[in-house]
Design a protein around this ligand. Sequence first.
Ligand code: C2O
Ligand code: CU
Ligand code: CU
Length: 874
Amino acid sequence: MKFKILLVICLTALIAGQAAASTVLIISARDNTLYQAATGTTNSNGAGEHFFAGRTDDGYIRRGIIAFNITNFIPPGSTITGVTLTLNMSRTRDRSEDITLHRVLANWGEGTSNAAQEEGRGIQAAPGDATWYHRFYPTSFWAAPGGDFRATASATTTVSDREGLFSWSSTDLVADVQLWLNNPGMNFGWLVRGGEGTIKTARRFDTREVATASLRPVLQVSFISAAALGACCVPDGSCVTVTSNQCTQLSGVYHGDNTSCTPSPCPPPIGACCLPTGDCTNATALQCSALGGTFQGNGTVCTSNLCPVILTPFVDALPVPAPLQPVTGSVGGAAYYEVPMQQVQQKLHRDLPLTTVWAYGTAFPGPLIEATVEQPVTVKWINNLRDGNGNFRTNHYLAVDTCLHGPDHHGDKPLTVVHLHGGKVAPKDDGYPEETFLPGQSRTNQYGNVQPPGTIWFHDHALGITRLNVYMGLAGLYLIRDSLENSLGLPAGANEVPLVIQDRKFRTDGSLYYPAMWDEHFFGDTLIVNGKVWPYLIVKRGKYRFRVVNGSSSRTYALALSSGAAFHQIGTDAGLLEAPVPLSQLTLMPGERADLVMDFAPYTAGTQLFLTNSAPAPYPGTPGVGVIPNVMKFIVTNTVGHTAALPASLRPVARLQESNAVVHRDLILRKGNDPCTGSAWLINDLHWDDITEFPVLGTTEVWSFINRSGVAHPMHLHLVLMQILDRQPFIVSNEVIVTTGPRVSPPANEAGWKDTVRANPGEIIRVIARFDGFPGRYPYHCHILEHEDHEMMRQFEVVLPPIFTGIQRLGSDIQLNFRPTPNRFHFLQRQDDVFNGSWTIFTNNIFGSGSNTSVTDPGGAAQPKRFYRIGLSP
Ligand code: C2O
Ligand code: CU
Ligand code: CU
């Protein structure tokens, strides 16, 4: 991709006679990456927005290469007096690194290859591209693989763990530019080298193709010119100080010798201007701001999706999902359902064209499944995602970032798998992130509903693309009830309404916008509830039970009523609280649910109230930053609704006792490095396949999430229901966690059954859970979907306790056979008198490798009686 070289003159000062000192800023004319890889790989990224320097995790080196057109801007015969190269580092690592510039000794090219989202690995080179082996693919080669360059660095700068602009300047750079001015045929630019001695050093820089002009590589050159210079207006509207000849070469208009660019004599350039209405018009920057618009940059043009969509709130009624009808069985009872996942066109706002979404069934969010405790439900989930021609999709609708685990193997396939979040189910029915299936395939899952009633939900869980599948719409509500709850007289029927809250970003054509490259968070600019943008609900003068689900990717909500009135929380993620808790504000992180009762009886007919949000994004963030203040509107009618008082007590919540916990685990949450995306959020610095948590079936454990990152993480465990024990503040001093305050019990509205808990930054949150139900592997993860998709998800494995399988005499010894607990250490104890003796350990540290194990008690057969027992080391 070729485009005009942009440049601006900073300063012009006249020196006696015709000689002038001047400074130019020159944007790179070519830039690329030389990608080392397995032999025979010839990747490049000529037209990409980034280049790389350093060594990646897989051990391979990347070298940036960059060149500037010197003679276009600096008159022949000039003396170079200063050179500074400035690069924007857009992804970094958690330590500093020296980045060196080396003069390149042979010519090289920039072709049209564009690795797009996975630039860290490049893509097959296009003709004319530089590669690790080629100067110009596929015909010319470097003398040595990795590029021909001067071994001595021309300049060195240490880049830090902070992204941003970094500069290089030195007398060697001045000499390089002087050389290129005097001998343009030798100007091949610089090679940009990072730390190549160790792995995991690679950094990413922006190229001349990056969208934001101020982030492109820029070379500032100061020089004294022998020839006369003057202001030259180039076609993009900027002013450059060059010679008359150079101005002609740049297709500019020369304003005469010794004319100045300050102030600029050039007519202001026009560009696209986004108006407050969401419309786009061409204007100068000044005209645009006079219109209250946002100027998109010099030379930009209005395209159909350039400007943000502006939607009027509260013009659509809140959709209330109806209970799904089963194929056999009854709604709310034992039943068999079939649910197709389908690509459908859905109207999300009065003024928005139809949006392509993925629905469980016919609309998103998916249908409501009604269930009752101990009445089993079976669902056949059918991946029926088809393209516009009715064929099974072979790729995702959204761009897939193949840096992430999952897509790195499967590419952009539209894989799905359904997880019942909050359901206590066997591993085979849990919707395992790796057990995905394609369009045309299905999975049948059994949900026993052997658990307390609760507001649970189902959503997609495909490894590395969960955020994309849920964003497309794959989420739905699953309510479990029982007779006790039904007898409480809570608002029901039309007075019980689910509210699934999500954030989205739209293009003007109605399509969903989601970034192609993984980012740490995604925050939409528009809220939808039950699939409508900022809807309204007409309410009777009475109480409503709202089952609120935060189904967003990254966004936390702090919900309140605009009247300031209190409401009651009656249930948490997985069931009723002991008693209603009055609240004026409720914080809900992604994945969390709340069962709320709001009373509209006190308002006169016609009153309008708003459900508001004040949570910053990211959370907890800075007050006011990133907030979308409105969620939905309630309009009160004069019909009388549910006016019965709330019961004073709801359901006892049996407290799990810390003294019953057999294992305490510490799980540190913090950001780490990633070779492809730059960063990833991690749990104990480990990844999905590193399994280190092996709770024993039926035992109780305490898990402490120690949040060493700057943001809150909603931590979710599959299989179990948790209780929050407490939260405690801490600081890190010399890498040691030092608590700075007491352990504080959770507030009353969090003192119920939870499956997703808010781990605040700078706090240790302790949760307690009993690992019962089923043995096997389950995920646990942060429910910020961007985090879950990129390594903040690991597995625990519920294992069976060890058991003796046989005992026999072997001469004078006794041999004991047992089935060990996998991945745990065992000790064996013996004694001769169970009533008066004491147990002694006779063998220790036997690792359960997975197969049956024998242990010998030497001389044991000589005893008249001997008793044995086996235990697990903590
Ligand atoms: Cu709602 Cu493992 O997720
Ligand atoms: Cu879950
Ligand atoms: Cu997180």
